[in-house]
Write a protein that binds this ligand. Sequence first.
Ligand code: MOS
Length: 704
Amino acid sequence: MSAVEQPVTPLERDAIRSVGTAHPRVDGPLKVAGRAAYAVEHREAPYDARPLHAWLVQSTVARGRVLAVDAARAVAHPGVVSVLDHTSAPRLQEGEDRELEVLQDDRVDFRGQIVAVVLAETSEAAREAAGLVEVAYDEQSHQAAFEETEDTYEPETVNPEMPARTEEGDVDGALAGAAVVVDATYETPVEHNNPLEPHAAIAHWDGEVLTLADSTQGVHPVAQTLAPLLGLEQAQLHVVAPYVGGGFGSKGVPHAPEMAVVLAAMTQPGRAVRLAVTRQQMFALTGHRTPTRSHFRLGADADGRLVAIEHEVLEPTSRWKEFGEQTAAPTRMMYAARNRRTGHRLVPLDVAVPSWMRAPGEMPGMFAHEVAMDELAVACGLDPIELRVRNEPDVDPETGKPFSRRGLVDCLRRGAERFGWSERPAEARATLEGDWWVGTGVAAATYPAMLNPGNEARISAADGGHYDVAIGAVDIGTGARTVLQQIAADALGVDASCIRLRIADTDLPPATVAGGSSGTASWGAAIVATAQRFRADHGDAPDPGVWTQAEATDAQSEDHALHSFGASFAEVRVHRWTGEVRVPRLLGVYSVGRVINPVTARSQLIGGLVMGMSVGLFEESYRDPRTGHVVTQDLATYHVASHADVRDLQVEWLDEEDPLASPVGGRGIGEIGVVGTAASIANAAFHATGTRVRSIPVTADRFL
Ligand code: MOS
């Protein structure tokens, strides 16, 4: 069953009937009825094979060696089956990802690392016994505080493979001659992804095939990553993820807990092993956003036209596995300035490895850039929207390519009109209503349109005019199941009710990660290509049973810069005596190409705004430098925005399509909503109070 490669042409406008219409989620009824099985809820074979429960034992030192694991008391506990440690766990093949080398040696690289796994007949017994495992350490000195150290270095690349440093023109000369200069440092804290469903998996090994129901953003990526480490062929690793309760990037790559449950299952052939990572354990084991320190120097002429942009980033990585957040990446394409310099330097710390968190790079980087732009507007005596309009580039400053669509100014103008921007007083600290200082702020957003290669789909004709459409894509709650059905319907020229979609299973054609706002475009491209091929081969009235499998290639323009844009508007109220910060109004206007489904799109963008408000006002993890322990390891101490924080929240998008970015005409919507929101809140807080806050979260103490 070999895949057919062929170029794909965009969906024809006159063939579009389902795309763009407001389909409710096809899996909504199942979810609200509680009948959608999430990872550890699977009860069917082989997961019904008297499942065991795994519990993780985590290191209590930040760096050192495990001298001994004494499991005697744990093993004696009723219901306990075994305790695995680095001396007894199955051996892995050599790999390049230290994070997945679970229980392979005695080295401890960070506080909270997995040092043992308890297997028991019940979850309670496993948990109780985990507390009885005694681990002796040879503790070594560690560095867990984020501060510049002598180990600080410049990496070659930042996530995923961008150059760490870029330079064009004479930045220092231009700054020296600039009429106006903004020179300031902006900071974002450690943040932890907290999807509603914590990480979880259930694994079964029959001696030949490993079956894994995982809470992941990509079943094929999990199989592709784990199989070689386990010494298995791809076909021996069967991964499914039919329902996933969010990920925000933390489930974008497999982390140590997945490997732990797989290793545990391989010691118990014929039995299923369940692992439900606790909320507390997630703060050590499933990724986080590294803190960032962005030093900006902006130089402008007297009219506010930028002559120089410099963005130097200092941020931690883990000492044992490099992850460089691409914090300066958006700065490279955002505004016009002949002289530009961006760079990243990394401080290696003895901490868990940072990873993807919704809009990695863009979120912290654009917070810094957009507050700096607000400061420049004030310094130039210009309206912040006008400042941005004056600095619109004709082409992508970094690549010289034309933008497929540069929607920023349209977003700013539309948002200004809807938000009532013209009523805004030019001066800060101009409005006091009762005991509240009131202000408004704006910030721009951007996110690249990514299209991942390597996606395939299979379409088979079924009885009664139905089509079975299959692709390994995962719906992490975004609505992928619904929009892929719409895309398939239009590509085949049938009603959406004729499509029977199967997803989230490595037995289906390969699909890339539900991440990087790339899913709908990338999987959609494969479905469109396959449908075109299917119709060419089998016509519009195919015999039941005929099928086509194809791969999408060359589906995105290489001659254009492909980016979404947005404008975030915030109203902020700051209490004059307590400093309490409230956000009564948020509006986001976006240029994202064609919107496939306004119901699920609105949900994604609103969710982005809520998360943007959440990082703007609340989210901050505190790692105790003495121990390396993240002490804010629950939702009582790690605050996320709750219902009472969300007031009037509006999103809209421009009516457009972008066939250069993807065959479905869309550029992705999963992440852009979170970009720019925190900056608009900080800028509004300045407008309200006259106090400039250069770091998030924007907390009450800043105004006292
Ligand atoms: Mo998103 S951080 O690319 O899963």
